[in-house]
Ligand binder design. Structure first.
Ligand SMILES: C[S@@+](CC[C@H](N)C(=O)[O-])C[C@H]1O[C@@H](n2cnc3c(N)ncnc32)[C@H](O)[C@@H]1O
Length: 284
């Protein structure tokens, strides 16, 4: 049902799905050492509300970041859930200024101090000023608009950026994204393999599906199926030895008529889960 909502979101270009801090933490912990000395860009993120920006702001010194930049889209007002009504948007650059000073001691204070600027344009990730910021970044991390996922990834590849982004598993069926998987230029992240995840959505979203709730704060949340992290940052898991425990059988894994590939329909037969099986097999 929630997948239906995400499909509807794509059709209606309703892109306001806000990632929860706990999901961000569970994924980014796997890349901790890779962030040292890096400039991070969150380019679909209102710095005043994005939990991506918050995560990197709060962990700036712990991760040893060089700089953190966020830009949002068509939004000047600091309300949760942008309506994308403004012709301009805000951005924020944080370079780890001394947080012993009172005004930097917490995020709320930081945000209250109006530590952001206004972009010349609407903050579209494809605009010249946002591309300039992209060029300066080492790692891009966000939840980009689902309706523009293809273009978003294409731009990251064009500028040869490292990235960790969250999206829907359906994206692997896009011709362009599938080609990147085949060429080993993108892979799935570490923390989400199945199930659903909860996202914040604007009050105005028509939610007729199961899996949505109104939180104590009065905000709406919806559980979305098929969510995955997509990255080109190296993770340890990719280098674990895979012990093969099955023989190929054309009957069990038939070849497609129209594509040079075999069908492996069970998740448990797919390589990303072999690590678990392997540990089980090896334990006494
Ligand atoms: C799925 S939401 C995620 C928001 C935030 N990154 C998060 O995870 O909490 C995608 C965001 O991209 C913004 N957006 C839509 N079109 C955009 C564009 N062309 N350029 C940049 N951002 C865009 C939307 O306003 C929306 O806030």
């Amino acid at each position: 049902m929630a997948t239906k909502n995400l499909d509807n979101a794509k059709r209606q270009k309703k892109d306001e799905f806000y990632t929860q801090l706990s999901d961000i933490e569970k994924e980014l912990v796997h890349y901790r050492l890779l962030f040292k000395g890096k400039t991070i860009l969150c380019n679909c993120d209102d710095p005043r509300v994005s939990k991506f920006f918050y995560y990197f702001y709060a962990n700036f010194h712990f991760l040893g970041l060089k700089r953190l930049t966020a830009t949002c889209y068509k939004n000047l007002n600091p309300d949760l859930f942008s309506q994308n009504l403004d012709e301009q948007a805000v951005y924020c650059v944080y370079d780890g200024a001394d947080r012993s000073d009172d005004k930097y001691t917490d995020y709320d204070a930081f945000i209250r101090q109006n530590e952001w600027g206004v972009l010349k344009g609407d903050g579209d990730f494809r605009s010249a000023e946002c591309v300039e910021l992209l060029k300066q970044a080492d790692i891009v991390c966000t939840n980009p608009p689902f309706s523009l996922f293809r273009e978003y990834v294409a731009q990251l590849v064009e500028y040869e950026k490292k990235f960790i982004i969250i999206g829907n598993i359906n994206a692997v069926t896009y011709k362009e994204i599938f080609a990147l998987f085949k060429e080993n230029k993108i892979w799935l992240g570490r923390s989400i393999h199945s199930g659903d995840r909860e996202f914040g959505v604007p009050d105005s979203y028509p939610l007729d599906a199961a899996g949505f709730r109104v939180g104590e704060n009065g905000k709406k949340y919806i559980r979305v199926k098929g969510v995955r992290w997509f990255t080109n940052l190296d993770i340890k898991k990719r280098h674990e030895e895979i012990v093969l425990y099955k023989n190929y059988s054309p009957k069990e894994f038939p070849k497609y008529d129209n594509y040079d590939a075999i069908e492996v329909s069970k998740v448990s037969d797919q390589c990303n889960l072999l690590g678990k099986k392997w540990r089980r097999l090896r334990s006494p």
